[in-house]
Design a protein around this ligand. Structure first.
Ligand code: PGA
Length: 242
């Protein structure tokens, strides 16, 4: 695991963007696994900026997002499909039909999960999977517990996660109770993983995930099993690692 801590926000973001753009320079047809949440917003903005400067093209890139809320229409302002379109896809030369976000509004969510994994089997593996981490150690929406699911699956969101995400909804009651998420096995199939974490409030969970025991009670700790993980931290998130 290669762990880098940055004092400077710009360097933090630029390093993440460079990893992605150098992959695309080597292999323009690379498959990216993408994430939502506050953490990658700056990275997407940097990639858009680099695209506008002619430094990177996404024309041949395929993307698979980690997760999506269940029960929100695709065009709901807080759906992860909307997030990805607004924060990234609409501003670069990616072909929208090559971008994939689980359909949280599918009539049959179980079938949607199976199909998502089938697509990843057929067209994967993901070359680079971008990840954030929740305060409870979740990756994607793989919530801590006695066991974890390997493949893409339907998950009930924990109160901690719903509370953390309530800032984006009018009230807590509006936060969906379920989501579809890639499972940990699906995530770990990626050739390379890029974990980004910002903020002092994540320092404890970063320490547990990277230095603690590998346990389903901290899903991000399973990243320790992967041979090619790059972790980018700001100073706050890396505070307990020194
Ligand atoms: P955040 O979410 O980037 O909004 O902190 C990360 C996550 O919950 O995976």
């Amino acid at each position: 695991m290669n762990i880098y801590t940055f004092r400077d926000e710009e360097q933090f973001v630029q390093t993440g963007a460079n990893l992605i753009t150098s992959l695309l320079h080597t292999n323009p047809r690379a498959t990216l696994g993408l994430a939502t949440g506050s953490t990658p917003v700056g990275l997407y903005a940097k990639l858009i900026e680099m695209h506008r400067q002619g430094l990177v093209s996404f024309a041949q890139t395929t993307t698979y997002n980690l997760d999506e809320y269940v029960g929100l229409p695709e065009n709901h302002p807080e759906s992860y499909r909307t997030f990805m379109n607004e924060k990234f896809f609409n501003h670069v030369d990616i072909q929208i039909e090559r971008t994939h976000v689980p359909n949280g509004n599918a009539a049959n969510p179980e079938e949607e999960c199976l199909n998502y994994d089938k697509m990843l089997e057929e067209f994967g593996p993901v070359d680079l999977q971008l990840l954030g981490i929740g305060h409870n150690g979740h990756i994607g929406f793989n919530e801590p517990g006695e066991s974890l699911s390997g493949g893409t699956h339907l998950v009930e969101l924990q109160e901690k996660t719903r509370n953390a995400n309530a800032r984006f909804f009018p009230t807590l009651a509006d936060v969906p109770t379920h989501a579809i998420t890639m499972g940990v096995a699906t995530i770990l199939k990626a050739r390379q993983i890029l974990l980004l974490v910002r903020g002092e409030d994540k320092a404890e969970i970063v320490h547990r995930a990277l230095k603690g025991p590998i346990t389903t009670e901290c899903p991000a700790s399973l990243l320790q099993c992967h041979p090619n993980v790059v972790v980018l931290l700001d100073q706050g998130a890396g505070r307990l690692l020194v």
